[in-house]
Design a protein around this ligand. Structure first.
Ligand code: NAP
Length: 521
């Protein structure tokens, strides 16, 4: 009898069989499938997903996806363009006409099942995520849990979309407020959270009764496509979720097609501030509702009264998670002058003891590769710039070959260095000194970003003052990792528009309608 390995090999060698339903037919012949069981390769799809089907680009072009840990080819996926995107938009528009008529209870059940399938297949999805993105397996599993959490949350929130009846100033009238799905929602997502950034958006949209056309990042299309298969298996109808894959070369035309289409009434983007601003301009042509989750430059402040050991642990999570490649990563670590040397020494010792650089798939790895060579070059340039301007390398500081970079602690960092002024997006902890609360809050806010901020203090008055004065959408007080599906996520200033997650996330996909019923004698 053929083994599962043989079945997987048949699957790998036959492009026509690259869909779960085809694979499961092979599997059915060789072994009774266990509920939720899949072979590792069953989540690698080499087609985009439109109208519930696996489709190629109309041009027939594809692009390659590489494993950032070793540069090896994972596979190729369709390199779609504006024409393919317009087709997917039409599909989503048609599907919207029936999807918006479903009840919240129906949508809720499907979303819940989609989330359950993510959890049931967490192990294989984590391997896939690590293979294309690089983060350690444990972090990938964490992202899958976080991502599934949004589907669970929005399955619940779908049923809580309520309107209002307003007190009427005119006796013959009754005034009502309805909340209705906004329509086809375009989405563009980044590579650093290739699964959770999708469910955070698509979960809310689908719960509200909207349909979706989503473009994942060039580096990480596979996690997006795997989610499509699970959505299909959960029973989400064709056309409700569509994923258009494309290379970096085609990203601007696909983005423009989404932003400028009159059939798309909502655009949601997570990525860099530069691209966010461009998309916002493009959306102006059709006055779309826009959500933007953009870059950050998070301050992490350690006050004199802080528990230094707890602050070190908090900084480890806030700085080195995902090798420093999250939008909420601590970017500028301000430490009170009285505890500066102690904090620097303890942080460097913890980095050297606890962090292990390597392929995210290997057991024990805590620091995977950066996403590509360009990212490594940027981090090298940051270190060089800081050292030239007077910073000291306490540990790390060098590339380790390939896309790997040593987790790095820099002391004597000042505000004029690139690592203080720009989003680092890599494993460099730059530590600055401060003297007073007023001074450090001013410094923390002196940036055009306003996504996350963190501080450690045991002074209750100071905790309230600083939490209220930090100009950011998220504040961690004595905590370094604070994102949960249940809380609103989003930035102030140039870090974005709108909120995702929590009970607020669904509002981004709803329109309000005032209905006046007159002639009521
Ligand atoms: P990015 O270059 O802006 O890319 C994000 C997405 O936009 C990718 O899908 C990318 O496609 C696409 N894109 C790039 N240029 C485009 C264009 N001209 N038109 C349409 N789409 C375009 O950002 P990134 O470097 O991948 O991600 C890192 C950034 O995202 C950081 O600034 C980080 O802070 C931010 N981020 C923010 C949040 C948040 O919630 N606030 C969460 C995660 C990340 P390609 O991949 O094909 O280039």
């Amino acid at each position: 009898m053929p083994t599962l390995a043989v079945a997987a090999a048949i699957f790998r060698s036959s492009p026509k069989l690259r869909s779960f339903s085809s694979l499961s037919k092979i599997m059915d012949n060789v072994t009774p499938p266990k509920p939720g069981f899949r072979a590792a390769s069953s989540f690698v799809y080499d087609k985009a997903f439109v109208n519930g089907e696996w489709v190629a680009a109309s041009s027939g072009k594809t692009f390659e996806v590489l494993n950032p840990a070793n540069g090896k080819l994972i596979g190729s996926v369709p390199d779609m363009d504006a024409t393919d995107t317009e087709n997917a938009i039409k599909v989503a528009y048609k599907a919207f006409q029936s999807w918006k008529e479903t009840t919240a209870k129906e949508r809720s059940a499907l979303l819940r099942r989609w989330g359950e399938l993510m959890v049931e297949n967490k192990e294989e999805l984590s391997k896939l995520l690590t293979t294309e993105m690089g983060k350690p397996l444990a972090e990938s599993a964490g992202e899958l849990g976080y991502g599934a959490g949004f589907l669970e949350l929005f399955a619940e929130e779908a049923k809580r979309v309520e309107g209002d009846i307003i007190q009427t100033p005119i006796k013959t009238r009754r005034l009502l407020v309805l909340k209705q799905p906004i329509g086809v929602s375009g989405m563009i997502t980044p590579w650093n959270f290739p699964s959770a950034m999708i469910t955070r958006k698509a979960g809310a949209a689908i719960a509200a009764g909207c349909t979706v056309v989503l473009k994942p990042a060039e580096d990480t299309p596979y996690s997006a496509l795997a989610l499509c298969e699970l959505a299909k298996e959960a029973g989400i109808p064709p056309g409700v979720l569509n994923v258009v894959t494309c290379s970096r070369d085609n990203a601007s035309q696909v983005g423009r097609a989404l932003c400028e289409s009159p059939l798309v009434t909502k655009m949601s983007f997570t990525g860099s501030t530069v691209v966010g601003k461009l998309l916002l301009q493009q959306c102006a042509s059709t006055v779309k509702k826009v959500s933007l989750e953009l870059g950050g430059n998070a301050p992490f402040i350690v006050f004199q009264s802080a528990d230094v050991d707890a602050a070190v642990q908090g900084a480890m999570g806030a700085k080195f998670r995902c090798s420093g490649q999250t939008c909420v990563c601590a970017n500028r670590i301000y430490v009170h002058e009285s505890i500066y040397d102690e904090f620097v020494q303890k942080l460097a010792a913890t980095v050297e003891k606890d962090l292990k650089v390597g392929d995210g798939i290997a057991p024990g790895t805590t620091q995977g590769p950066l996403i590509n060579k360009k990212a490594v070059e940027k981090i090298e340039a940051h270190v060089q710039d800081a050292v030239t301007k007077g910073a000291k390398v306490v540990c790390g500081g060098k590339s380790k070959g390939g896309n790997f970079f040593e987790p790095t602690v820099l002391s004597e960092v000042t505000g004029d260095m690139r690592c203080s002024k720009e989003e680092i997006f890599g494993p460099i902890a730059g530590i600055l000194r401060f003297k007073t609360e007023e001074e450090v809050v001013g410094l923390a806010n002196a940036t055009s970003s306003g996504l996350a901020g963190y501080f450690y203090s045991r002074d209750l008055g100071q905790i309230w003052r600083v939490a209220e004065r930090l100009e950011s959408g998220l504040v961690g007080v004595n905590e370094g990792v604070i994102s949960v599906p249940d809380a609103p996520f989003g930035g102030w200033k140039e870090s974005g528009l709108g909120r995702e997650g929590g009970r607020y996330g669904i509002d981004e996909y709803l329109e309000m309608k005032y209905v006046c019923m007159g002639g009521l004698n």
